[in-house]
Write a protein that binds this ligand. Sequence first.
Ligand code: KG4
Ligand code: ZN
Length: 314
Amino acid sequence: MAKEKIILAIESSCDDTSIAILKGNKVLANVTSTSMAEHRRYGGIVPELASRSHCTEIDKVCDKALATAKLTLKDLNYIAYTSEPGLVGSLHVGKVFANMLGTLLNIPIIKVNHMMAHAYSYFVDHNPKELKFPILSLVVSGGHTFIARATSINNFKYLNESIDDAAGEALDKIGRYLGLEYPGGISIDNVYSNKKLIELAPNKPVDAPFTFSGIKTAALNLINEYKMKKKTVPVKVIGSSSLEWIINDLVRKLEHYLSQYKDTKMVLVGGGVSANKLLRKKLSQIKKVKVCYPTLKYTNDNAAMIGAFANLKK
Ligand code: KG4
Ligand code: ZN
């Protein structure tokens, strides 16, 4: 059997500076430095602060990853990095670092699309032999929400994608308006209760594009009404009802595409919101096809998923 190659992967598309070292699909190290505390003061990501933080952190994170993996630069066979999409300044730091290492070591550099990496993030530490096409992919993150179908690793077709706020972004904004800690998606997950749910907005047709700005506006308007009447905002009820609407929309649409594409062999779920307990509970009710989620620690942005996708692609 061919010896598994060593991949050093870099993720710097948003606020986290993350470097992972993988032997094939097995993670030897995954080190992340986050600038979240600085952004929290502003209730969202400030791009300039994020790029500055990548610049000061990236070589320290790299040293730590190599030390954790008990390897040196000479042991590396590939460099992988997030090339798109993301904050321009943040991506640039990762690109320069990847090119510098690849050139210095004279080894191949693999560009990875961040959304593809979320889509296939189940394969961090899971055997690539489990991958059976065609797949349906549901990616629910802070910047994007989509369902795609892939018939091979290089043939990935979007069936539906968000045309305004992504699911995570809508939850973060609703959370902020409710006075919950950033990121709102996690805070709302933590306060969620299915008691006293209210209908904030009507459902959209199942084949309509993902749009979460309507539910966001409905929630914000209701919060404003309470505030104007100087009444206590029912944080749990509004947060839970917004989450319920968003999760139901994701699950309904996924089921719709599953009934359209009956040859689907597996569903791969990924992205920050794929950590959500309600989403996982509702998706577990789908029995006709295997639904795979990344291990919780690999749902949010991380370099291990960049390395795992590079391993599938190389
Ligand atoms: O995929 P990700 O780490 O970054 C992007 O590529 O955007 O996703 C971040 C998003 C944030 O909006 C965050 O609120 C959301 O994922 N998120 C969650 C949970 N954990 C993270 N949303 C709902 N429930 C969670 N448990
Ligand atoms: Zn992401």
